[in-house]
Design a protein around this ligand. Structure first.
Ligand SMILES: [Zn+2]
Length: 330
């Protein structure tokens, strides 16, 4: 008899058997029972509750071709944990003469077997709904008690009690970012400095414009606990003073409203003559205004503008001076 194997693994559940274990057990079952496996259908890291499983849907569709007579699964909950889905897709398969078989829940082809199968299916659906509810309850419980829901945040650490505490190692970075921005440094200057020193974001990556803006707008640093849009003041340990936080907010707002600030009338001597040593693209003039109205002029690689190159911007004066000095020598 020709059969197919269906396996599914959801990475967020530690209870799940790995794909490898599922396949191994399925193949052993097929070998022991003289079944020929004509296809494997594997969905990874996808929910068992909905039909948003591409391989699962393909298997149901393929069953109409009559190439296989059984679907072998590790357990019935791999097939589906949703009662409605279960009935719909099992019926669809049955119509095509295909039966679903669980390697670890072998059930006889009689009324007792049908009864046991329905119990197993009901338990799977219950377990899934119960788990979802548990997760939601857990998040809400944490929020009510102003505890961490697992999100890492620069400046804070959480102990076993999930309470937020100021992290003596990273809180100074948060302070540095706010103070330097309030003092007129640009976001690019601050990120360049932090990255050059090897500092990392809360997720262990490099700082960029987005991560810096997120930090500069995070009201948790002035004591707010935020959950699903609800802000509770005076709960989080404070890292930034209100005065500094709102000064930064004002500057960000001003910069947001002045997008044309970089279009100053400056002559870029090296236009059409300067090329990136990394990607060979042309480098063109680029300027930005610091918080105190100071204009910074650079050359930027056009490949970098398209995010295809990691060449840092070069200060206009610096590179023009070098080129002019060298030219004079000749
Ligand atoms: Zn380049």
């Amino acid at each position: 008899m020709n059969v197919v194997i269906y396996a599914r693994y959801s990475s967020n559940s530690q209870r799940d058997a790995s794909i490898e274990i599922q396949l191994e057990d399925c193949y052993k079952y097929c070998k022991d029972n003289g079944l020929t496996v004509v296809e494997e259908y594997i969905d990874k890291a996808l929910t068992g509750r909905s039909d948003k499983r591409p391989k699962f849907m393909k298997m149901v569709k393929d069953s109409a071709k009559g190439h296989f007579q059984e679907v072998i699964t590790y357990r019935f909950d791999r097939f589906s944990r949703d009662k409605t889905d279960n009935v719909i897709y099992k019926n669809a398969l049955r119509k095509n003469g295909v039966k679903v078989v669980s390697v670890h829940e072998q059930i006889t082809d009689d009324p007792t077997g049908a009864f046991i199968e329905s119990i197993i299916e009901a338990y799977g659906a219950f377990y899934s709904a119960e788990l979802a509810q548990k997760v939601t309850d857990g998040l809400e419980h944490n929020a009510k008690n102003f505890l961490s829901n697992g999100t890492k945040m620069l400046g804070y650490i959480t102990g076993a009690d999930k309470k937020y505490q100021i992290d003596p190692e990273t809180a100074p970075i948060v302070k540095y970012i706010y103070e330097e921005y309030a003092n007129g440094k640009t976001i690019v200057e601050i990120t360049d400095y932090l990255n050059s020193k090897g500092y990392k974001t809360s997720t262990g990556g490099k700082f960029n414009k987005n991560s810096l803006r997120t930090i500069l707008k995070n009201k948790r640093y002035i004591g707010y606990y935020i959950f699903r849009g609800v802000e509770t003041p005076n709960v989080m340990p404070r890292i930034i003073s209100d005065e500094l936080f709102y000064k930064v907010a004002d500057i960000m707002e001003k910069n947001r409203k002045a997008p044309a600030r970089s279009k100053a009338n400056v002559e870029y001597l090296l236009t059409t003559k300067l090329f990136c040593g990394h990607c060979k693209e042309m480098m063109t003039g680029y300027s930005g205004t610091g918080k105190m109205g100071v204009v910074y002029n650079y050359y930027i690689c056009n490949g970098k503008k398209k995010k295809l190159c990691d060449k840092k911007m070069v200060k206009k004066d610096y590179i023009e001076n070098i080129v002019v000095t060298q030219c004079r020598k000749y």
